[in-house]
Design a protein around this ligand. Structure first.
Ligand SMILES: Nc1ncnc2c1ncn2[C@@H]1O[C@H](COP(=O)(O)OP(=O)(O)O)[C@@H](O)[C@H]1O
Ligand SMILES: O=C(O)C1=C[C@@H](OP(=O)(O)O)[C@@H](O)[C@H](O)C1
Ligand SMILES: [Mg+2]
Length: 174
């Protein structure tokens, strides 16, 4: 299988972390839409949002998603990639989409430990645990409708990678 693998899910579910580990396990290339768009623009997510608003960031995100998608690639996306119908359609049509699903307390704990504010400027102005609950309630249905597979992302990273490989019927490459 060489179709791109798209990882989707809420902030803190592990798209970037698990994407890198998965890449090693299946010998794919790794790309992260946030890292790619920050490298292309020379700005952090927070800088882009401050200058261009969330609409500017979302437009760059769509362009980046389309430009980084290649066969043999694991694409870690940003948590809001599923907001645009064009992105949802593109991912479903061009690869296999995995929703890394984790409960609100797990997400909030991870984000409180490593907020990375330049990567994750506030979406609602609310404290992290409130924001995580509110945003996931708005987006969970979109993650589910976009995904080909839903994987429990609350386990340890190596376990999450195994669950993804199992879902894709890929053997672990040593
Ligand atoms: N399965 C996991 N178990 C424990 N911690 C994790 C796991 N996945 C990610 N993390 C941690 O959670 C934080 C957010 O992970 P990250 O990969 O940046 O998530 P995302 O890209 O989905 O926002 C990081 O500090 C990372 O080390
Ligand atoms: O959920 C979101 O709307 C966002 C998630 C972030 O990526 P991660 O999910 O990798 O943190 C980043 O794209 C941006 O801050 C917007
Ligand atoms: Mg990420």
């Amino acid at each position: 299988m060489t179709q791109p693998i798209f990882l989707i899910g809420a902030r803190g579910c592990g798209k970037t972390t698990i994407g890198q580990a998965l890449t090693h396990a299946c010998h794919f290339h790794f790309v992260d839409t946030d890292l790619a768009l920050q490298q292309q623009s020379g700005m952090s997510v927070a800088d882009i949002v401050a200058l261009e608003g969330w609409a500017g960031f979302r437009a760059r995100e769509t362009q980046t998603l389309m430009s980084v998608t290649q066969p043999g690639t694991v694409v870690a996306t940003g948590g809001g990639i599923i907001l645009a119908p064009v992105n949802r359609e593109f991912m479903r049509q061009n690869g296999v989409v995995i929703y890394l699903n984790a409960p609100v307390p797990v997400l909030a704990r991870r984000l409180e430990a490593f907020p990375e504010e330049s990567q994750r400027p506030t979406l609602t102005g609310k404290p992290i645990s409130e924001e995580v609950a509110e945003v996931l309630a708005q987006r969970d249905a979109l993650y589910r409708e976009t995904a080909h597979y839903v994987v429990d992302a609350s386990a340890a990273p190596e376990r999450v990678v195994t669950l993804i490989l199992d879902a894709l019927h890929l053997a672990t490459a040593s």
